[in-house]
Structure formats: C-alpha cells, structure tokens
Design a protein around this ligand. Structure first.
Ligand code: AMP
Ligand code: MN
Ligand code: MN
Ligand code: MN
Length: 282
C-alpha cells in the first residue's frame, strides 16, 4: 500500500451510480488508509452530509465534491467541483434541474430501447437509482441483468451511445456556466478524466484552453486507468495551462478491478496539488 497516494478526490456513492452508501464509502476509504477523500456524485450533493458525518472520528480530511455533467462542443464533459459549499442555493437549484433532466432522459432512453424490443428499462432503473439520479450506469446494469449485454464494455459499445439503441442526446448546462457556478460557491473546478472523451488531441487542447479561460483551475492528472505515458501527457498540459493537479479514482464499485478506491500513484513532481488551492483560501 505504501506507494499508493492516500488521496482520492473523485468517488461515487449510491446517491448516484456508486455501489456503496456514503457511510460505507467512508468506511472503505478509512480501511484503505485514505487521508483525504472527496465524494463527487453525478449531479447531486445529497450524500455529502452523511459522508462528512461518517469521517468525524476518522483520520480523514473530507472534501465536499460533485461531478457535474456539462455540454461543450456537442460533447458531454464532466467537471468535478471540489471544496464546494454544498448548502449554497445555487448548487441545490442546479442539482434539482439536473435530476429532472436525468429523469426526462431516462424516459427517452427507455422509449428508444422499447423500440428495439427491450421493455421495462425505466421502471427498473428508477428502482435502482435510490436517490432518483438515473444514470446510464443504471441502464447498463439493467441490460446486463436482462442478458442484452455481457458486461459494461459491451453496453457502452452496443447501446446508449451515438447511433446505437438507447442513445439520447442531452442538453446539459454549458461548460462556462458550470465553471462559474463552482467558482461562485467557493469551489475549485476540475476537468474529470481528461482522456476519456474520445476527442482528438487538438480538441482536448481547445477544451483545456476554454476551461482555463472560463476560470477553471485544475485537471485530473492521476485517474484509475491512465498509463505512465498518459500521466506525463496530462502533467504537461497542467504545466502549460498553469492548472493545479488532482488525483481521483472515479471509484464506483468494488467489483471493477481497475477502479480501486484510493489506490492511485502520487502526483508527479513539479505540479501544484489541487488541495493547495483551498488551503490558500482558508
Ligand atoms: P451518464 O452520466 O448518465 O451519462 O452516465 C455516465 C456513467 O456511465 C459514467 O459515470 C460511468 O459510470 C458509466 N460509463 C460511461 N461510459 C462507460 C464505459 N465505457 N464503461 C463503463 N462505464 C461507463
Ligand atoms: Mn458514473
Ligand atoms: Mn465522469
Ligand atoms: Mn465519476
């Protein structure tokens, strides 16, 4: 364990599409020796109170977080907000709006699936998403359970993505509004998993450039699935655009072998760790 970083600033609970309750997530983080943890559920802050409470008697510095879905250049880009004021009315309002958007999208996904003979998806996913934040992860579970797909990779290749059954495009709030919101509520905006967007290197540079111009401050340099070459690439972007660097596993589920809570390498030398930004603000 000793080579692992004791920091994980991108995790999910069952308030969005994670497996564990906020309480159990903290228990697991504590057992894994994590000292700084952020819960960053998709488009909801509803798990933060319980998670924070669970860390009280533990040696864990808990950071309020959220992973917001945004729209940029017709793509969905995930922006993590760290060290946010989770009680600010602006975040409560946007999460309410996003929950509705997700509900409407889920109904449309279900209708599209039923057109190819796959029935009952909405009812199933609605039950799974205990907090009402229905994600494609829940649809993936449904499709696997009902034997329409073998595994997650199969789902995200053959369903729910462009030109496949169950694909629905969503009008998420745009990138700049989202960054502004995070900044207004005292947080730090972070580009989540920058290499997962299936965009060219030029587009990625454009994204980072615009993110920076809009007031974004950090980028995830260490994520679960990146190889050393990719870590170097993102480190170089962080330096070039003067962005702070974050570490986050994107933990969802104990059964995903590559996605382990808090088991990530430390940040490469020469980068500004993202937590220095809020340490400065205190
Ligand atoms: P949504 O925000 O509802 O579009 O759902 C996105 C979620 O689906 C992600 O946070 C992952 O949990 C899951 N997901 C998306 N793409 C993949 C993939 N290729 N493999 C596994 N899970 C995925
Ligand atoms: Mn997810
Ligand atoms: Mn994401
Ligand atoms: Mn995530």
């Amino acid at each position: 364990m000793s080579n692992y970083s004791k920091i994980d600033l991108h995790t999910h609970s069952n308030k969005s599409d994670g497996e564990l309750s906020p309480y159990d997530l903290v228990e697991k983080a504590s057992n894994n020796g994590i000292q700084m943890l952020a819960l960053t559920d998709h488009d909801t802050v509803s798990g933060l109170y319980d998670a924070k409470k669970a860390t009280v008697k533990k040696n864990i510095d808990f950071i309020n977080g959220v992973e917001l879905s945004t729209q940029w250049d017709n793509k969905t880009i995930h922006i993590v907000g760290l060290n946010i004021d989770a009680e600010n009315i602006l975040i409560i309002k946007i999460c309410k709006k996003l929950k509705l958007l997700r509900k409407e999208r889920a109904k449309k996904i279900s209708q599209k699936l039923s057109k190819v003979g796959i029935k009952g998806a909405y009812e199933y996913t609605k039950k799974l998403a205990i907090n009402g934040n229905i994600t494609r992860f829940h649809f993936a579970k449904f499709l696997i359970e009902k034997k329409y797909a073998k595994n997650q990779a199969d789902v995200f290749k053959n369903y729910l993505v462009k030109s496949k059954p169950g694909y629905v495009s969503t009008n998420w709030p745009n990138l700049s509004e989202t960054i502004n919101l995070i900044n207004t509520i005292g947080g730090v905006a972070v580009i989540a998993h920058p290499l997962r967007y299936k965009i060219t290197a030029t587009k990625l540079r454009n994204l980072i450039d615009e993110f920076k111009q809009c007031g974004g401050e950090a980028i995830e340099v260490i994520t679960s699935h990146n190889i050393p070459k990719e870590i170097t690439m993102i480190s170089n972007y962080a330096k070039k655009y003067n962005l702070a660097a974050s570490i986050g596993s994107d933990f969802h589920n104990q059964s995903i072998s590559w996605n382990k809570l808090g088991q990530l390498p430390p940040l490469p030398e020469g980068l500004i760790p993202v937590w220095k930004l809020w340490e400065k603000k205190y």
